[in-house]
Design a protein around this ligand. Structure first.
Ligand code: URA
Length: 243
């Protein structure tokens, strides 16, 4: 017996929070009966329907992709552009965890585990997302200080948990800056630099926590090991698979 919202999230249908909303809104049926009580325990064999559609309890898969430029981070694209999901061979309904822009490269996780995806993306989990930004101009101390103390985006203050200058190239008038953040707002890194007066010319996500693109050429991927998945849960201060 497991909690209904957990089963829904584990099915990959949506996050646990979204599952709770659906349950409260009366959209979820268990064995033909609408259940609105959060935390209702449900057996393995029960049939769960959301909006009258049966959900499947798939085996979980976790992939790490080195995203190339020119690929969209969605499951489908109305302009028929290639998506990150197209790059991975699987029959499971996987989706990207968070978003990288069309022109951003680097580490991205794809999974069919809604709970895991939610955990990685939630700022409270404090999972490091490390980016390397090539910015136009020579970055100054004041800009770095502002990135670290916080800039306002969408009426909230977001700050980098770390900023490190890797290179300043006076010849080409560019700087290479490593920036670590915990949130995943739309175009967050580019907008943060814009707020402090710099334009990002190139962006790469170098790391999510301890995961890098090591051994993966652009467009290549690999499965995450069970150990790596567990380690991410531990990092996020969650009891492995139990929450
Ligand atoms: N921030 C951005 O601006 N773009 C990305 O793709 C990721 C983070």
């Amino acid at each position: 017996m497991e909690r209904l919202q957990k089963i829904i999230a584990n099915s990959g249908y949506c996050s646990r929070r979204k599952a709770e909303e659906l349950i409260k809104a009366g959209k979820v049926k268990v064995d033909g009966k609408v259940i609105t009580e959060l935390g209702t325990k449900v057996s393995d064999k029960s049939v769960i329907e959301i909006n009258n559609e049966r959900i499947t309890r798939e085996e979980k898969e976790y992939y790490l992709l080195n995203k190339p430029r020119g690929v969209v981070t969605t499951t489908s694209d109305d302009k028929h552009r290639k998506t990150v999901v197209d790059l991975i061979e699987t029959d499971k309904r996987i989706y990207p965890v968070g978003r990288l822009d069309y022109d951003t490269t680097g580490v991205i996780i794809l999974t069919n585990d809604g709970e895991f995806a939610h955990m990685i993306m939630h700022p409270k989990s404090e999972i490091d997302k490390v980016y390397i930004a090539k910015v136009e101009g020579i970055i100054n101390g004041e800009a770095i200080r502002k990135l670290e103390t916080g800039v306002e985006l969408d009426q909230v203050v977001v700050k980098a948990s770390r900023v490190k200058v890797r290179k300043m190239d006076h010849k080409t008038n560019h700087s290479l800056v490593e920036i670590t953040i915990h949130e995943g707002k739309n175009h967050q890194v580019k907008r943060m630099f814009e707020k402090v007066g710099y334009r990002v010319d190139k962006l790469k996500r170098e790391k999510i926590a301890f995961l890098t693109t090591k051994g993966l050429n652009s467009g290549e991927y690999r499965k995450l090991s069970g150990k790596e998945v567990s380690k991410l849960y531990v990092l996020a201060n969650k009891k492995e698979r139990e929450i």
